[in-house]
Design a protein around this ligand. Sequence first.
Ligand code: SF4
Ligand code: SF4
Length: 394
Amino acid sequence: MDNVLIYYNNDSLLYIIEDLKKLYGLRCFEILRCGERASQEMYDSIPILSDYRNVAKNKYSYAFVISEAPFVNKMVYELHLLGVKTVYILNAEYLPVLNNDETINKIITKFDLSSKPLVGYVETHVYNQCNLNCKGCTHFSNIDNSKAISLMDFEKNMFLLSKFYNVNTLRLMGGEPLLNRDLDKYILIARKYFPFSNIDIATNGLLITRLPEETIKVITENNIALKVSLYLPVDKIKDKLEAFFSKHGIRHIYGNGCKQVDDNVLIRRFHKCLTLEKQFNAKYNCENCFARECWFLKNGLIAKCVTPLQIEILNRKFGTCFEVTDKDFINLETMSESSWNDINKLLSENDFCKYCTPVKEEYEWEIKSSNQELEDYIVGGRKYEKDKRNRTGL
Ligand code: SF4
Ligand code: SF4
């Protein structure tokens, strides 16, 4: 009988475990909890293990991973270290939006870890500017002068990514991806290279009801989901959005897995953590950073988060001197073969993490489409500008 491991980091496990057993005929399995929580937890007299390093190697024929998209990266890598060859990944943020007649295998994808290393989650821009222009946008979209990524560059990125890796979730985003008039073409390219991946589009939602018919058709025919970020303006159009989604049958979630727009989950606060000097403990920052597995693809490079690959925009706008080195990304263009070591590099702290404060500075979310200042993005930015004026005498 196959030994099976269920590896989860999400409380939804206990609600779906009976469905998992039924759908996949599971009889003999063990459960591993990602992170440090609750080593005393039990499921139906089965103890829940709490650290993958205490799990026997080469024991499991296959494993189920239950997690929200970005955090799949580390879990999959640990399963690879345990010698697991086949994983079934359940994208937990889509659980609340399954229809009554749909079973959980609709949101489970199977991958063979022995064919290629697996990227659990990666995001990439299809448009750089945004129609919302949030103050302090972490993608620097409100100070970016460039617009769409060319179709040729996008296809090259997709080709390189698929050459070396399988991908569980590929997120197309921006800026605001729906500003891209050729979005349908980008979707078709993404689906061509990743026929079995979970592909979604992260949007602020404001342009959804104006999507052209052709793009709607491509979205539905290619099983693409829309992930609507819950900024305050979404609240005003929520009824129109719901009517649109039900008319076109588009798979969608709000925020990180809400079925509806609810006043309680709207984004009212932003935060910043970037400073101007490499002064902090990179390992500590990385381990405690919510963006640590939001891997970002741009120009054939993948970094562990968006900041190193977008920081040139800030440097250009404000004359800052953030430094990015080849320790901060993997380069698909110069890569000769697929390697789990590169996955490990993305999971580990990078040099750029030294720029981030471990304590984030919060501020009220607001729109800022002009007169952006360095302090919108930088902890202690005003002090820096004052110091610079003193230094340069301007
Ligand atoms: S919605 Fe706001 S945070 Fe998101 S890309 Fe646009 S400006 Fe940036
Ligand atoms: S650079 Fe490192 S610490 Fe800073 S946001 Fe990115 S992953 Fe987090």
